[in-house]
Design a protein. Structure first.
Length: 496
């Protein structure tokens, strides 16, 4: 029964449970009323039996020697249907009769007297069914050796109880029917918001989410998202879940698009040096008269180095994505940035390179020195490649008690606003807006992605702000220890 009920709808289960509770309440009230009324009526009847018993005992005491005398039944005022009997010390019936309607008392038959045997003369009332007469409330009394039994019919009490049961049953049936109808209407009305929420959930479940639909999903109406009700809480939670689903699907779609673009860009970047290598190899196969062997091998080595660098960058990103641990050693970021500036000056002599130090103490960071150098070098290479000659690039190192901040700032044309949110994604390029130094020197679009991944792996963060004439990358790392107190501030700005 419980299993079948659980398989029903919530509306049906609520209606069944409420109806069951109402039935139990009505049954308890009816039984309480019946038993209370029965106890009251039996109490009155027992009092009447006691009064009649005492009166009959007094009448029998007029002739104490006549142990079978029932003459007291002839006295006036005896209720019709009352029976009386004289009993001996063992409780056996000596004589018994019943008072008739406008007729003399009639003696009881043997079967009727047998139904009255075994009643102790202690005055307590008993219920006995007398054949041919019905149900009686009977009591016996021993008054100074005069033992009398008296009984009154219970027909009135039983009829009253039966009528009360019938009335209560009819009222309960009508009341339960009306209550069931009202409950059904109320439950249906109260569950309508939940039904609309369920309909919304069903509609969303039928949406072709697997085929890339990420917008336009149905929402629960605002009227069904009231946090003051349970259905409203469910509706609001469903809307939040749908928002999360749409956001997740949109992010997945963007991720898939980035992956497709990544694969296409990686394939293009790898195909270009492979095509060059294959071309020079083909020229060499055709004979040395078509190309100088030394030049061909130099170009093959250059393209191989380019391809190897790209593959190493991709492998580095893969290792960082997997969360593989980096080497941990104390790194002086001031010296590291100075070396990176010197390297950048050697690679980009057409730019003006500056180094600024603003230190409250040693700029010591716990991390992988080679990777940190690569991150800083990538920021400077980005400034060199994507800005025209004559651009001033300034590298700043700031050290406080808790952080070491490296800033790489240039006064070039800037990054387009539409590109800023994705500037740290892989194979992101700004060629359409920022001047590249040359085709051969152009990057693969992995430099900033690698810098971001290395910074994140060291527990730091990287950010960029850009406008025409000022682009600044900020790389923030936690320092290894607090600087000693009283250390003088060192500030220097110098061209390199």
């Amino acid at each position: 029964m419980t299993t079948r009920l659980r398989s029903r709808s919530l509306r049906t289960r609520l209606l069944v449970l409420i109806t069951a509770v109402l039935v139990c309440v009505c049954a308890a009230m009816a039984l309480t009323t019946v038993f209370a009324q029965r106890a009251y009526l039996l109490g009155n009847l027992d009092n009447r039996v006691s009064d009649a018993l005492e009166r009959n005992a007094g009448g029998a005491a007029v002739h104490p020697g006549l142990t079978r005398d029932l003459a007291f039944l002839d006295e006036g005022g005896q209720p019709a249907g009352m029976l009386a009997a004289r009993i001996d010390a063992e409780g056996d019936i000596l004589s018994a009769a019943v008072v008739g309607h406008d007729a003399p008392p009639r003696s009881l038959t043997t079967a009727q007297t047998d139904a009255l045997k075994g009643i102790a003369p202690d005055g307590s009332a008993h219920t006995r069914v007398v054949p041919g007469l019905g149900t009686y409330r009977v009591a016996a009394l021993d008054a100074s050796g005069i033992r009398v039994l008296t009984g009154l019919p219970m027909d009135d009490v039983l009829d009253t109880i039966s009528g009360l049961v019938a009335v209560e049953t009819a009222v309960a049936v009508v009341g339960l029917t009306a209550a069931g109808c009202v409950c059904a209407v109320v439950i249906r009305r109260q569950l309508r918001p939940l039904g609309r929420v369920a309909a919304t959930a069903v509609e969303v479940s039928h949406a072709p989410l697997g085929r890339g639909q990420v917008t336009g999903l149905t929402r629960v109406p605002e009227q069904d998202t009231d946090p003051g009700s349970e259905a409203g809480q469910v509706g609001a939670a469903l809307n939040r879940m749908i928002d999360h689903v749409e956001a997740s699907l949109a992010e997945r779609r963007r991720g898939e698009e980035r992956m497709r673009r990544f694969l296409a860009d990686a394939s293009h970047e790898l195909r270009t040096p492979l095509a060059s290598i294959a071309g020079y190899a083909e020229l060499m196969n055709r004979g040395t008269d078509r190309i100088e062997p030394g030049l061909a091998w130099r170009r093959v080595n250059a393209e191989s180095a380019r391809m190897r660098s790209l593959v190493e960058d991709l492998l580095l990103l893969a290792r960082l994505d997997e969360g593989r641990p980096l080497q941990a050693a104390e790194v002086d970021m001031a010296a590291l940035v100075a070396e990176a500036v010197w390297d950048a000056r050697a690679a980009g002599a057409g730019h003006v390179w500056q180094l600024e130090l603003d230190l409250d103490g040693p700029a010591l960071v716990l991390g992988d020195e080679a990777r940190l150098h690569q991150a800083v070098a990538n920021l400077m290479a980005n400034a060199r490649v994507h800005t025209p000659a004559g651009t001033t690039v300034t590298a700043t190192v700031e050290a406080t008690a808790t952080t070491c901040v490296i800033r790489v700032r240039d006064d070039g044309p800037g990054i387009p606003p539409a590109l800023l949110p994705t500037v740290f994604e892989r194979f992101t390029r700004a060629d359409s807006s920022r001047t590249r130094a040359g085709v051969l020197e152009g990057g693969s679009g992995l430099g900033l992605a690698i810098a971001s991944a290395i910074t994140t792996a060291h527990g730091g963060r990287i950010d960029v702000q850009s406008a025409p004439g000022r682009t600044e990358f900020t790389l923030e790392l936690p320092v290894t220890e607090l600087p000693p107190s009283g250390t003088a501030t060192v500030a220097r700005t110098a061209p390199v």
